[in-house]
Design a binder for this molecule. Structure first.
Ligand SMILES: Cc1cc2nc3c(=O)[nH]c(=O)nc-3n(C[C@H](O)[C@H](O)[C@H](O)COP(=O)(O)O)c2cc1C
Length: 395
């Protein structure tokens, strides 16, 4: 991917990672790849906003070289410490030793704790400005969106917000702008990113968006650090973030289960029938065979979650345990939760699932259903009734 002019004297110099399929270890599947976006601003002073993941250092440098010799860079704005945006920084600093790095105090601390290099670093805060010549860069601290060091960089002359991870998508594309790509795929990836990474930070995000709206900053373009640039409808993605951050939901229930011999699945299917009978939209996932990142994506807009597992060694099964560990960390607000499962003798799965989510803020109003071994017709009727009641309770 070559450098691309996105505005007069502003270039996208980042790289596309077509191959990546797992992110943040193995906590996020990136079926559509990703990109590590960096922006180069040419003025009396030259600024590079963010870099790229370490393995893409040479590609980033080659892109910069298409525009200027890298040693001409005066400032490197580090909006975020994380290595997918800073991995190339040590090499870039070796190429342009006179460059100054700008970021938050937490960024300075975090970069040092990653690279153990003492660069010329200027700590910036919200309302601080950097004059480049014709253009100015304004900094907006954005702690916990999504790390303590995070910040946004805003260029008032172009009404350009470089928001780093906020408004990003793990979406590898040959095109650079929102209006050039499939809209469903784009919004799917933007939502998936929010659900899997930003969901637990919703309160912070809501406050930050409101703070930016109160600043009355005109925003014509949002250039995040992953995926495409929002130029067609930046307000659209801001409004989507507001809806997600406010935990707005639909009349939809996500049922996620794990089974060994199929009894819990039989229960799940009856629960789904009951939910449908109550007029609820449902999605059913066998967690052991499903993409967890995609389930979380669908859960973001659902009003209820129902989790099922058979008992295995007095506990829930391991795949649902790993999944609920993620759900617990997402701290979903204002949703109903239900539990079910088959057992053989003393049981334990339902109790352990309830225990795991007891402090998650999810409300359980319908008692769990659990049955011994293979559920009979009457027990399956109880599952149907459970689903119907659960669906009705959402209204
Ligand atoms: C390896 C193994 C361990 C089990 N451990 C327990 C247990 O600790 N307590 C219990 O009540 N049932 C236990 N069971 C029985 C299952 O929970 C029971 O067979 C159940 O009906 C399986 O439901 P499923 O078909 O949805 O997997 C165990 C079964 C297996 C295969």
């Amino acid at each position: 991917m070559s450098a691309l002019k996105i505005l007069p004297n502003i270039y996208s110099v980042g790289v596309v990672d077509w191959q990546v399929r797992n992110f943040h270890g193995h906590t996020y599947t990136t079926q559509r790849g990703s990109s590590y976006n960096a922006y180069l601003i040419i003025d009396e002073k030259i600024a590079l906003i963010d870099t790229a993941a370490g393995p893409f250092t040479q590609e980033l440098i080659d892109n910069i070289k298409e525009i200027i010799p890298p040693e001409k860079i005066d400032y490197i704005i580090a909006n975020h410490v994380e290595t997918d945006h800073s991995g190339a920084l040590p090499a870039i600093m070796r190429l342009c030793p006179k460059a100054k790095v700008l970021g938050t105090a937490k960024c300075q601390e975090g970069l040092y704790k990653h690279y153990y290099e003492k660069w010329d670093f200027q700590v910036v805060k919200t309302n601080d400005q950097l004059k480049l010549g014709q253009r100015t860069l304004n900094f907006i601290e954005a702690p916990m969106i999504h790390w303590p060091d995070s910040m946004f960089t805003y260029c008032p002359q172009d009404q350009l917000l470089m928001s780093n991870d906020a408004f990003g998508q793990h979406f590898a594309t040959s095109e650079r702008f929102d209006d050039q790509v499939d809209q469903c795929a784009l919004m799917d990836e933007a939502k998936k990113y929010y659900a899997n990474i930003l969901w637990p930070l919703s309160a912070v995000i809501l406050k930050k968006i409101q703070e930016i709206q109160e600043l009355n900053l005109p925003i014509k373009i949002i250039a995040p650090s992953h995926g495409v640039i929002w130029r067609k409808d930046p307000a659209g993605i801001i409004n989507a973030y507001l809806a997600w951050a406010k935990e707005e939901t639909e009349n939809k229930v996500i049922v996620v289960y794990e089974t060994m011999w199929g009894s819990t699945e039989k229960m799940a299917r009856k629960i789904v029938e009951g939910l449908i009978a109550a007029g609820t939209e449902v999605e059913l996932y066998d967690v052991a065979q499903s993409d967890r990142t995609e389930i979380i994506n669908q859960m973001l807009s659902a009003k209820g979650f129902i989790f099922g597992s058979s008992t295995h060694d007095n506990d829930m099964l391991p795949n649902i345990a790993a999944f609920l560990e993620i759900v617990k960390g997402l701290k979903p607000k204002g949703r109903q939760v239900g539990f079910f499962g088959s057992y053989g003798w003393a049981g334990g799965a339902v109790k352990e699932m309830q225990e795991m989510l007891k402090d998650s803020g999810l409300a359980q109003t319908i008692p769990a259903v659990s049955f011994k071994y293979v559920p009979d017709a009457a027990e399956l009727d109880s599952c149907l009734e459970f689903g119907t009641k659960f669906g009705q309770s959402l209204k």
